[in-house]
Ligand binder design. Structure first.
Ligand code: UDX
Length: 441
């Protein structure tokens, strides 16, 4: 009976499309909504507007089963569903770092007037703490159902590239609400996961909002911690890879997210820590999060350091040199270039006068649109041909497995900067390459 629950998913970007397709897969009747007609048309024809392993298959089978449909009409979702999930984006607004809440606000403002019977609205987007309480009041004020239109908050923790897996088998489900009706609806939504042992935590709205940003702040801090150790290792003559390995055996520390290199990028970690700091500032507890400013600064310094090492290898300025950049996506198995460290480094080097040629297995089209000033190659071999230095900046398997002898025959000079500590230095040096990495000798 629970499986016949009708759910609407508002916003069909990365989070919404994944959520909608997974819920249809679980057996629910799902109606996805987006204000972008083109996106809805694409999804209706079974195509996903971004790269996410396994998602397109789920969308196609959802459409075929009839359990997954898409619309641009708020009136239609209000009529159709009893549970509405808000999955719109909350990008960085401006230099202040604060989150842009216009999409969440508009989702509530446009849905509410159509809610004339009792309804549950649950936010999944990442929002500054305090947002949900404001939205709950706004919803009740604008909905004809009044107090019977209730709002809870249940953040998602999915990683790009693992969106389907993380949605179907989450580490935990967190729900902020004090309403038994909201709790019942969300329990019904994830009953298979909860019965299967996934921890289900019910909290107040503020705690639920905070869990998400705290998790991302912790992960960003862990990466910047090991990257700070890399900075020290470089000048002290130590090896950060061995250091990280030795740390990882302490299970209080653990080995995950302890990978030193060019640092974090993407649509979440960088903007979430900045929005978190901006919110702390508004709440008058700025000092509590001032360490995140350091976390951000360490992360940015890794980009500058990578450029320095490349400059040293070339032996002076970049003007007139040919630089091959392997990787454009912010991480492997993704075509997302938002705040991509790889593209940031590539663009800076180009601005310093080098001829930069970029190759990426999935993100070329997006990179080309965002950075028309760079050159692009359709293969790794094409990118490295005649290069004075090669920079590995996103650790795709294709690059990890590259043959140094073969690439060595294509480049002008055998020099490589391994920005992700993805290669075996001994192997590359044995093939005659000058190999440099972050945090190692
Ligand atoms: C992240 C969180 O993991 C996820 O839980 C949250 O919901 C959204 O933000 P995502 O942005 O998809 O997910 O990427 P993730 O795989 O976490 O990687 C983030 C960045 O950190 C990447 O740029 C990656 O290259 C970098 N990273 C990760 C490191 O530099 N070192 C590491 O050890 C791990």
């Amino acid at each position: 009976e629970a499986d016949r629950m009708r759910v609407s998913v508002i916003g069909t970007g990365y989070l919404g499309a994944t959520t909608a397709a997974c819920l249809a897969e679980l057996g629910f009747e799902v109606l996805g909504l987006d204000v972008d007609e083109a996106k809805i048309e694409m999804l209706r024809s079974g195509r996903v507007p971004f790269f996410e392993p396994g998602l397109e298959d789920l969308v196609v089978s959802g459409l075929e089963s009839g359990r997954l449909r898409f619309t641009t009409s708020f009136a239609e979702v209000a009529e159709f569903a009893d549970l509405h999930l808000i999955c719109v984006g909350t990008p960085q607004k401006d230099e202040s770092g604060a989150a842009d809440l216009s999409y969440v606000n508009s989702a509530v403002d446009r849905l509410a007037p159509h809610l004339s019977r009792p309804a549950v609205v649950v936010g999944r987007s990442t929002v500054p703490v305090g947002t949900a309480a404001t939205l709950a009041a706004r919803l009740a004020a604008l909905a004809p159902a009044g107090e019977e239109a209730e709002l809870g908050w249940s953040p998602e923790f999915l990683r790009e590239g693992f969106g389907v897996e993380d949605t179907l088998r989450p580490d935990r489900i967190v729900l902020g609400t004090d309403s038994p009706r909201v709790e019942k609806a969300v329990r019904a939504l994830w009953h298979k996961q909860i019965d299967g042992g996934v921890p289900f935590l019910v909290t107040d709205l503020q705690t639920a909002e905070l869990v998400k940003v705290a998790a991302n702040a912790f992960l960003a801090t862990k990466i910047s911690f090991i990257n700070a150790m890399a900075e020290v290792s470089e000048v002290a003559g130590a090896d950060v890879i061995q250091l990280a390995q030795a740390l990882s055996y302490d299970d209080r520390i653990g080995g995950k997210f302890l990978g030193p290199g060019l640092g974090f990028g993407g649509g979440c970690l960088p903007k979430d820590i900045r929005a978190f700091m901006a919110r702390a500032d508004e709440l008058g507890v700025e000092p509590a999060l001032s360490f995140l400013r350091e976390v951000d600064a360490i992360n940015q310094r890794r980009r500058a350091r990578t450029i320095d090492i490349a400059r040293q290898l070339i032996g002076g300025g970049f003007a007139g040199s040919r630089v091959a950049v392997l990787g454009a996506a912010f991480k492997p198995n993704s075509d997302d270039i938002r705040d991509s460290p790889a593209l940031d480094v590539a663009a800076t080097i180009a601005s310093l006068g080098a001829q930069v040629t970029v190759y990426d297995p999935a993100a070329l089209e997006r990179a080309r649109a965002a950075h028309p000033e760079l050159n692009y190659a359709d293969s790794m071999r094409g990118a490295v041909t005649d290069a004075d230095v090669v920079l590995l900046l996103t650790e795709w398997a294709e690059f990890r497995e590259a043959d140094p002898d073969e690439l060595g025959r294509l480049v002008a000079r055998k020099r490589i900067v391994d920005g992700r500590n993805a290669l075996d230095p001994t192997f590359w040096r044995a093939s005659g390459w000058t190999y440099r990495a972050l945090g190692r000798q």
